[in-house]
Design a protein around this ligand. Structure first.
Ligand code: SF4
Length: 296
């Protein structure tokens, strides 16, 4: 019996025997969608689009998830082997992808490491690891030399919010340790002559309605956690309440969009602290920016 300790949940279930842990998916990798995606940060999507591969299931399962249909177990996608994932990566590269962008990969990181060990030398584009930040340093260490760009979230500063929305009261300490390990591996960010990221770290934060003070604490923390010139911060305003309302979320404070004041107060603080990075046009806070996971 081999129990799953792949992420900080440490569920100790045997996924190879069909037991399900917090991420609600078995041992085999499952992909819900892969495509060229134009709505990542400018150095990630660039001119031709990012080669996104969306994995089904999630080890964080936030109450306000914008990809709820795949992360909470509605659409579990298709089973994909290590060789099958290699083929998908090569197909995306042939389609012109600027990079291979592994979205919500944490609960399959062992198989992803095996895949990248087979395919990394054949790829001419960078590999991006796009995660919730709720990662174990031990699992991340298996990806050293295989991932070029880390794109983690830093979702919560408050333990209470992390517990309320993601059942992860230790989120902050886990995410900070993960971000430090990602920085250790990827080093300072490097862009090519077209402004496309080749290696480095972009830390994302989605600002939630009613919680701008938590976002401001995160921005302050990031300004002292790593050398500011070495990484980017991406402040996202794209939260849409559609999914929370559809799911009858009891969190009434999330049943609205972010205001301009809430967003700009966080962006202004980041700028005043000397952080570099990206902000969003608030017109992005619509459901059409969420990929259609039913598309074939
Ligand atoms: S990967 Fe899934 S089963 Fe394994 S410890 Fe994390 S949440 Fe639990």
């Amino acid at each position: 019996m081999s129990v799953c300790l792949l992420c900080p949940r440490k569920c100790e279930v045997d996924r190879s025997r069909g037991e399900l842990g917090f991420c609600r998916v078995g041992n085999a990798m499952r992909v819900s969608r892969y495509s060229l995606h134009m709505w990542e940060e400018p150095p990630v999507s660039a001119e031709r689009g990012s080669g996104t591969i969306f994995f089904a299931g999630c080890n964080l399962r936030c109450e306000f998830c914008q990809n709820m249909s795949i992360s909470h177990g509605g659409n579990l996608g298709k089973e994909v082997s290590v060789d099958g994932l290699c083929d998908i990566m090569l197909e995306l590269e042939d389609m012109g992808a600027e990079n291979i962008n592994l979205v919500t990969p944490t609960h399959f990181s062992d198989k992803i490491a095996l895949t990248l060990e087979k395919i990394k030398d054949k790829l001419t584009i960078p590999v991006v690891y796009n995660s919730s930040g709720y990662e174990s340093v031990e699992s991340l260490s298996r990806l050293e030399g295989l991932v070029d760009v880390y794109l983690p979230d830093y979702k919560y500063f408050s333990c209470d919010l992390a517990k309320k929305y993601s059942s992860a009261p230790n989120y902050r300490e886990i995410a900070e340790a993960a971000i430090l390990e990602m920085y250790r591996q990827a080093g300072s960010a490097v862009l090519d002559e077209r402004g496309v990221i080749r290696k480095g770290l972009i830390v994302r934060h989605l600002i939630l309605p009613s919680h701008r003070h938590d976002s401001m604490e995160i921005v302050k923390r990031l300004s002292s956690l790593l050398p500011k010139k070495d990484f980017f911060v991406s402040l996202m305003s794209q939260y849409t309440p559609d999914f929370a309302i559809e799911a009858n979320s009891p969190h009434k404070e999330l049943h609205r969009r972010l205001t301009s004041f809430e967003y700009s107060s966080v962006v202004d603080l980041a700028a005043s602290l000397g952080l570099s990075g990206f902000c969003q046009d608030r017109s992005s806070a619509v459901a059409s920016f969420t990929p259609d996971f039913n598309q074939k």
